[in-house]
Design a protein around this ligand. Structure first.
Ligand code: AP5
Ligand code: MG
Length: 221
């Protein structure tokens, strides 16, 4: 049976940072809705053009577009054995659509890892973040996780850039959108007994160890 693990957390909580380690450990592909939208933006697809107007102001892309994109991604062969979902679902309709979708694939949500980080710390992280231009969009932080060579990704050597939605105004809006539209999912999954809360205000390696231990225990059940 496939394994589906969700990573839930505010903007800057460290979802992308942690997803790469969890994927390596569990041998699952990373399915990150934000990365998929940015890839569409880069390729100037119709979806990318539609998504840009929402992303640039820190709003969520409409559910129907987002769900369709995730359906297509999860239908690809590398996701047949499961996936680590980073940033999806983000609304209750998305969570309900995911249940139906996974049921079609003979699976279900196996674990929901909520990386809890306070608002002030989220802002501190977003403001020092630099993202790799390469396909995997690795992230760095000027103070907390600097690259070995300034301005270059350690993994593939690509140039680093600051995301257009990482301006102070848009960062603040994304955080508000998280608490308004996505935080209800914490309760949604807690009621189903699937929520695992992990304190995210620790060094990256400590958070990784806690997430791996929690996901391993949940997927063994
Ligand atoms: P998305 O790309 O998902 O952005 P986000 O949720 O705002 O989250 P981020 O990617 O900004 O943060 P992260 O948690 O991945 O943190 P990171 O690891 O980089 O979405 C972008 C947009 O796309 C949305 O606004 C929306 O428009 C659209 N979208 C996406 N999904 C959607 C959906 N499902 N529905 C509708 N619209 C959707 O880390 C941040 C920084 O902190 C880095 O610099 C990192 O080095 C540092 N850091 C990480 N961990 C630590 C640590 N433990 N200690 C110190 N520093 C750390
Ligand atoms: Mg991310």
């Amino acid at each position: 049976m496939p394994n589906y693990i969700l990573l839930l957390g505010g903007p800057g909580a460290g979802k992308g940072t942690q997803a790469q380690y969890l994927c390596q450990h569990f041998g699952l592909p990373q399915v990150a809705s934000g990365d998929l939208f940015r890839d569409n933006l880069k390729r100037e697809t119709e979806l990318g053009k539609l998504a840009r107007q929402y992303m640039n102001r820190g709003a969520l892309v409409p559910d129907d577009l987002t769900i369709q994109m995730i359906r297509e991604r999860l239908s690809q062969p590398d996701a047949k054995a499961g996936a680590l979902l980073d940033g999806f679902p983000r609304t209750t309709p998305q969570a309900e659509a995911l249940d139906s979708l996974l049921a079609e694939f003979g699976g279900k949500v196996d674990a929901v890892l909520y990386v809890k980080v306070r608002e002030g710390v989220l802002l501190e992280r977003l403001s020092g973040r630099w993202t790799c231009k390469g396909a995997q969009q690795h992230t760095y932080h000027l103070l907390f996780n600097p690259p070995k060579i300034a301005g270059r990704c350690d993994v593939d050597g690509a140039a680093l850039f600051q995301r257009p939605d990482d301006t102070p105004e848009v960062q603040a809006e994304r955080i508000q959108v998280f608490f308004r539209q996505t935080a209800p999912l914490i309760e949604f999954y807690a009621r189903r007994g699937q929520l695992i809360e992990i304190g995210g205000e620790r060094p990256i390696t400590e958070v990784t160890a806690a997430l791996i231990a929690a996901a391993a225990a949940a997927t063994r059940k």
